[in-house]
Design a protein around this ligand. Structure first.
Ligand SMILES: [Zn+2]
Length: 173
């Protein structure tokens, strides 16, 4: 069964053919963050995909992974390209290095998981929170319920973590 759900005036669809993403988002709907672990080389991978990017192995098991990490990079959106986002400007899209498997299989690698910056309650973060977050901020995963059977994994500031005094941010006018 495909997943189809409305989100901010748009229609999100996960097709039947996309077995890996259907499985991934089924776990997300239960607020259960899981990634595939390769049966051959034992490495985790993201995004969900058919074959292992490290060894091309096709077998994998879905394994629970802790949704914590550090902002690797970000985009801050000030001009909405979709009308429904206009009310939420500025918002941030984060690329987060998971703590899990960081530095493997080489020191430059990490599982880099994308998501929006949200409040602890899963709502798109307001400007005062957006202004606090930059490269190096520690974040934790939160799930935003969109519709029955669909939740989106996002990121919120990890208030329990030791934070840098000033994370790196793009120069502002
Ligand atoms: Zn592998």
């Amino acid at each position: 069964m495909p997943i189809v759900a409305p989100y901010l005036g748009m229609s999100l669809t996960l097709d039947d053919l996309d077995a890996e993403n259907l499985a991934y988002f089924r776990y997300c709907a239960a607020h259960d963050f899981r990634l595939q672990r390769c049966r051959d080389c034992k490495l985790l991978r993201y995004p969900p995909t058919t074959a292992c990017p490290w060894c091309s192995g096709s077998g994998a098991l879905w394994e629970p992974v802790e949704g914590r990490g550090v902002v690797h990079s970000y985009t801050e959106v000030h001009h909405a390209i979709q009308p429904a986002f206009k009310a939420h400007l500025p918002y941030q899209v984060l690329l987060v290095d998971l703590d899990a498997q960081k530095g493997r299989p080489t020191e430059h690698e990490a599982l880099r998981v994308i998501g929006n910056l949200t409040t602890a309650g899963g709502k798109l973060a307001p400007a005062d929170i957006v202004g606090r977050v930059g490269i190096g901020t520690r974040v934790r995963m939160v799930f935003a319920d969109v519709a029955p059977g669909l939740a989106l994994p996002h990121w919120a500031i990890d208030e329990t973590a030791q934070q840098k005094e000033r994370p790196w941010r793009y120069p502002e006018e």
